[in-house]
Design a protein around this ligand. Structure first.
Ligand code: CUA
Length: 370
């Protein structure tokens, strides 16, 4: 057998007895694998078992759809970029796989074959495999720069909305309309929106995958996103940067409305909370006499806390706890007693010390805040 310059080799790499290289797996090792897999499965299932008790409200909003279904021209640009990259990578992937398979089938050695001819340096091949990736990168670069140029440019006057991330909910402010709301963003069609994305505490990330690109919400920094929404509908959004234990329940809805529908929403939102009567008046008293007022504001009641969501039109929203539960009285009662029971880590303290009567009155009052 001819020797290469790297010394003697065999098809088994180190030479010698093949049984030494590929020993038969002893039975004890298989048992250890089974135990490890069982432990792994138990560790994976454990968190969901822990969450199952106490039971979650019956609710699964699901993740917002990935940017495969764009609904704005900005997201169409990003989606196109995604497809260009996917096709380029797909061609490379298929080419590499084909080359591997062809090499395996055509050039596999058989026992007793002589050492193949060794190749050191081939200018033509090296030029080719430098040129092809360069062309691919240039194509990807041109498409990317074109998308960057198009998607975040302001044109004309835009409507200002502040999107402020908090642990773990979103505050939406409309300074020109004097509206502050939470977890439900209403926007009119046919107008460019300038989102001022900020954070109250840690770094969050603001993203409605079908509508606009992702952008970080940083403390003390005004990050701009420009977007124009033209297809009315309700779209999912969420925080996309891990920001603490309740990160997964930092969702929001984007309600894209025609200008007339939006104007009606604005008119409704600007009104102070309805004055409670009868039983619900007792709920307002519970609210004002407890620490609720330190964190929450309700327009027209004197409560002006800014740490938690503004509750002026609380029950007109679709969810409780930034997507953690649907807006039902039952879920609200569970939330007041112990928010962490279905949103682990929620910063609102449990109000277990309140009597059943007080909790029910408070829930009735909050559900009346349409
Ligand atoms: Cu906020 Cu993740």
């Amino acid at each position: 057998m001819p020797l290469s310059r790297y010394g003697p080799r065999s098809r088994h790499g180190t030479g010698g007895n093949p049984a030494e290289v590929c020993p038969v797996r002893p039975r004890g090792r298989r048992f250890r694998w089974i135990v490890a897999l069982a432990l792994g499965a138990a560790a994976a299932v454990w968190p969901s078992l822990a969450l199952a008790n106490p039971p979650r409200p019956n609710w699964n909003p699901g993740p917002p759809p990935a940017p495969l279904f764009p609904r704005t021209s900005e997201m169409h640009q990003i989606s196109d970029l995604f497809w260009v990259m996917l096709i380029l990578s797909g061609i490379i992937f298929i080419g590499v796989c084909a080359a591997i398979v062809i090499s395996m089938v055509r050039f596999s050695g058989k026992p007793g074959d002589p050492e193949p001819r060794q190749v050191f340096g081939n200018r033509r091949v090296e030029l080719l495999w430098t040129a092809i990736p360069s062309v691919i990168l240039v194509v990807a670069f041109v498409f990317t720069v074109r998308a960057i140029r198009d998607i975040n440019s302001a044109h004309g006057s835009s409507f200002n909305i502040y999107a402020i991330g908090h642990q773990w909910w979103w505050e939406f402010q409309y300074p020109s309309l004097k509206i502050v709301t939470a977890n439900e963003l209403h926007v009119p069609t046919g107008q460019q929106i300038h989102f001022h994305v900020e954070s109250w505490d840690v770094i969050h990330s603001f993203w409605a995958p079908q509508l606009q690109r992702q952008i970080d919400a940083n403390p003390k920094q005004d990050n701009a996103v420009y977007a124009e929404y033209n297809i009315p509908g309700v779209y999912g959004g969420a925080c996309y940067e891990y920001c603490g234990p309740a990160h997964a329940w930092m969702k929001f809805e984007v309600v894209v409305q025609t200008p007339a529908q939006f104007a009606a929403w604005v008119k409704h939102e600007q009104k102070p909370a309805a004055t409670p009567h009868g039983a619900t008046a007792a709920g307002l008293k519970v609210f004002l006499n407890n620490t609720c007022v330190n964190c929450h504001a309700i327009l027209g009641t004197g409560a002006g806390g800014a740490v938690g969501p503004n509750l002026t039109h609380f029950s007109s929203r679709w969810t409780i706890g930034a997507g953690a539960a649907p807006m039902t009285r039952q879920a609200l009662v569970q939330w007041i007693r112990d928010p962490s029971s279905f949103k682990p880590g929620a910063l609102m303290p449990p109000y277990k010390f309140l009597s059943n009567k007080d909790v029910n009155a408070l829930a009735d009052y909050l559900m009346s805040l349409k």
